[in-house]
Ligand binder design. Structure first.
Ligand code: UD1
Ligand code: CA
Length: 453
């Protein structure tokens, strides 16, 4: 790791009008995490030093998102959106503190990786004054083009300002720039706004530095790490790339996926080795899956923990606070919320367990419901180890079922059941021999009489 001091400036004040959203663009999420937090994480991982974030509309929300993700940068307000160079200068006070390296990143390039950042910093350490991250675009429309003369970068031209022949250039500005700290302010303050948009373009720094005889270079990154998100379509494209990378990493870590393209991860999903994930599984934020567990098809998990060797689904829903311990089973059409399912317990079919604990080895029959809510308050259900709850039982909380207790099928249980007790919470069955046939005969005779007369 370099000992050069570094300031990371993240620009997040753009209007993002093409998103057509009430939310600031940089707060739109990739894998459940705001884009700007992805960028801040990449900066931190590359030793990006102090962080300055330039915010505009929705400044408070952006600040809060960064804070929630553990970044304590300084926020600077760009009151008017006058361009990317103007935005960097909003952080003038931070720049003036004097850093060896200044990294400028865009809050809308969520796939930025640390290698790209490190490559740019390495160029500065090598005596370069400005390094820009370029990429080869299959469709360069909308991006700034890197203009080279005799193999030497001399300028960046924005799409709208390009000459027709420049529009053909496919080497584009990925948005990431590294500037020697001792040059940054003097270069930035000389940038003008004489262009198609009348904005102060950060990209003009290249022509200025080149004109001063300073060394400028373009390093190259794959498109997949600099993709800029300006619309929902590009947001989906970035999401798809992120997911593809994440699945690949999971498989390299020993996770089996039958149809990886149909599995969606969150930014913080952790999956241990020898886990099997069947098709069409969705992981919301905060899920941990321990070794040798199986997540069967069409399951939806969120803020939940799946213990070693546990089986979930198919068609299961684990909601926040679901805590499945080792060797448990939660089967088809079951929903678990804020509940511990202890070692080896089984909740196999069509069941809702919420605000509850299910003891080790307990067996919850099909269609069991913990009635945890009266429209105003939530109440707990505690089921002891080894208890057996017969199918189609309603457990009206607050209630506790003792260890080893046995609940008859179809019971509505409203009183606590002690350990090892057998509880019936249903009407007595009344069986009358022969009366079924008598009833049928009478009904048939009545019908015949009516249709005959
Ligand atoms: C910018 C680059 C372009 C590059 C592309 C890569 C400039 C002039 N153009 O174009 O060369 O190929 O990114 O994705 O730099 N922002 C502010 N304040 C402003 C303007 C922008 O904070 O006044 C922020 C935006 O929130 C965004 C970033 O800067 O995060 C880039 O702005 P955007 O308008 O998306 O620039 P592009 O047209 O994509
Ligand atoms: Ca952009």
């Amino acid at each position: 790791m370099s000992i050069r001091s570094c300031l990371s400036v993240i620009l997040a004040a753009g209007e993002g009008t093409r998103m057509k959203s009430a939310r600031p663009k940089v707060l739109h999420e990739i894998a459940g995490l705001p884009m700007i937090c992805h960028v801040a994480r990449a900066a931190a991982a590359a030793g990006g030093g102090d962080m300055a974030v330039v915010v505009g509309r929705g400044a408070e929300m952006v600040r809060e998102a960064l804070h929630d993700d553990g970044h304590d940068g300084h926020a600077f307000l760009q009151a008017e959106r006058l361009g990317t160079a103007h935005a960097v200068l909003a952080a003038r006070d931070a720049l003036a503190r004097g850093y060896d390296d200044v990294l400028v990143m865009f809050g809308d390039t969520p796939l930025l990786d640390t290698d790209a950042l490190k490559a740019c910093r390495a160029a500065l350490a090598d005596g370069v004054s400005v390094a820009v991250m370029g990429f080869r675009a299959s469709d360069p429309a909308g991006y700034g083009r890197l203009i080279e003369k005799d193999g030497q970068l001399v300028a960046i031209r924005e799409d709208r300002d390009c000459l027709p022949e420049e529009l053909e250039i496919d080497f584009c500005n990925g948005g990431l720039m590294a500037i020697a700290g001792d040059r940054a302010l003097s270069l930035l303050t000389r940038i003008g706004n004489d262009n198609a948009k009348g904005e102060y373009y950060l990209t003009d720094i290249i022509a200025l530095a080149h004109g001063d005889g300073l060394r400028v270079v373009a390093t190259e990154a794959p498109y997949e790490s600099v993709l800029g998100v300006n619309s929902r379509a590009e947001l989906a494209e970035a999401e798809a790339i992120w997911q593809r990378r994440r699945r690949h990493a999971a498989m390299l870590d020993g996770v089996t996926m039958l149809a990886p393209d149909t599995v969606t991860f969150s930014h913080d999903t952790t999956v241990e080795a020898d886990v099997t994930i069947e098709p069409n599984v969705f992981f919301g934020p905060g899920v941990r899956v321990a070794r040798e567990a199986t997540i069967r098809a069409f399951s939806h998990l969120e803020q939940a923990s799946v213990g070693p060797g546990a089986e979930v689904g198919p068609f299961a829903r684990l909601r926040p606070g679901a805590d499945l311990r080792e060797g448990t089973k939660v089967g088809n059409f079951c929903e678990i919320k804020k509940a511990v399912i202890d070692t080896g317990a089984k909740v196999n079919h069509l069941t809702y367990i919420g605000d509850a604990s299910v003891g080790a080895g307990a067996n919850i029959g099909a269609g069991t419901i913990t009635c945890n809510y009266d429209g105003f308050n939530k109440y707990r259900t505690d089921i002891g180890a080894g208890a057996f709850v017969g199918s189609n039982s309603s457990l009206v909380a607050p209630i506790s079922i003792g260890a080893g207790a046995y609940i008859a099928s179809g019971s509505v249980v409203t009183e606590d059941v002690p350990a090892d007790a057998l509880a019936f919470g249903r009407a007595h069955q009344n069986t009358k021999p022969g009366r079924g046939k008598a009833l049928r005969d009478r009904l048939a005779a009545e019908k015949a009489r009516k249709s005959g007369g």
